[in-house]
Design a protein around this ligand. Structure first.
Ligand code: HMG
Ligand code: MG
Length: 298
């Protein structure tokens, strides 16, 4: 059964921009975030408090969080890989933080420079500090439908990691197809055991579109009762530690799907199209949203 209402988590300002090589001005990131909030997005991932040597594009996350207009009802979140990242996020007044584990030892090493177990121990420090500060923590699991280094991933491992993330206090776990290799069938094979253990309201899906399957995977997820969807305006993005991973599923394309299904979301598609197009022009890159391409050429 399809949900009547869906929530989009806009990850463009973080996942979308983190991989861009030319440094983007903080003011441009701020303008993008403000435009997305005005368009009706209520959950926006605004930055990452990671090691700036690892991801230089996110080094200005303090400045970005300090510069945005804080709209009522909008949660501005940031990635925090460890306690140091959490302290930076707290000082920058992030409303929510996200920790990110991987369902692959090889990817965990490349992305976090440590094993899965070690990363979970670091994340437990973050969730403890966050509980004290009353900051909600989202958990991510990367590589749920495949790893760029080690190939196939067992859904049972994803379930175990999700359980660890919930046990340490995450309010939600987002399942990331980091390299966009999943299909509707592998999405179903992952969600079936997930939903035997967890409430669909606690789960989100985070699809990358490398093989053009992201929207199909989201539709599969909606049919299984998932109603929180991560997406990136204009399909911006890629992961610096996943070679060949193309952008996230475009926010505009998800909105068009939801509109067609009559699923409520509260977001103005046209305003998102404009926000994405302004950013693409500034970056000098093509707009990867098919819906934006279609609407802009009318
Ligand atoms: P490390 O080098 O092992 O860290 O990196 P360390 O603890 O050994 O510290 C080394 C240096 O980094 C020290 O500085 C620390 O202070 C500093 P030094 O003494 O050399 O001057 N440091 C920090 N500085 C600022 N903020 C921090 C921080 N932590 C340490 N938070 C670490 C370990 C986890 C920090 C590193 O691997 C890292 O930053 N990784 C993040 C990589 C990343 O951002 N990847 C992209 C996001 S994940 C993603 O895109 C997937 C997702 O979208 C879902 C999906 O698609 O599947 C979420
Ligand atoms: Mg991602």
């Amino acid at each position: 059964v399809l949900p009547g209402k869906a929530t989009l988590v806009e990850v463009g300002p973080r996942d979308g921009l983190q991989n861009e090589t030319g440094l983007i001005a903080s003011a441009d990131k701020i303008e993008l975030i403000n435009a997305l909030a005005r368009a009706g997005l209520t959950r926006i991932e605004a930055g990452a408090f990671v090691n700036p040597k690892w991801v230089p594009q996110m080094a200005d996350s303090e400045a970005v969080l300090a510069g945005i207009e804080r709209r009522a009802g909008v949660s501005y979140s940031a990635l925090t890989p460890n306690l140091k990242g959490f302290e930076r996020a707290l000082a920058a007044k992030a409303d929510e933080v996200a920790i990110f584990a991987a369902a692959s030892e090889a990817f965990s090493q490349k992305n976090l420079n440590c094993s899965i177990d070690k990363s979970l121990a670091r994340f437990a420090e973050v969730t403890q500090a966050a509980a004290q500060a009353k900051i909600p923590v989202r958990g991510y699991i990367s590589c749920v439908l495949g790893c760029p280094y080690s190939g196939a991933v067992d859904p049972a491992l994803c379930v175990d990691i999700a359980e660890a993330l919930f046990d340490m206090g995450c309010f939600e776990v987002s399942l990331g197809d980091t390299i966009g290799v999943g299909t509707a069938a592998s999405t179903q094979a992952l969600l079936t055991p997930m939903l035997q253990k967890f409430n669909p309201k606690q789960l989100a899906v985070h699809m990358h579109d490398t093989y053009g399957q992201a929207l199909a995977n989201v539709y599969q997820s909606l049919q299984m009762g998932i109603s929180v969807i991560d997406a990136s305006v204009a399909g911006l993005g890629g992961c610096p530690y996943a070679k060949g991973a193309s952008g996230n599923l475009a926010t505009e394309d998800v909105l068009y799907l939801l509109n067609g299904l009559g699923i409520e979301h509260g977001i103005d598609l046209n305003q998102v199209v404009v926000a994405g197009d302004v950013m693409c022009r500034k970056l000098g890159i093509a707009n990867h949203s098919r819906v934006a391409q279609a609407l802009l050429s009318q």
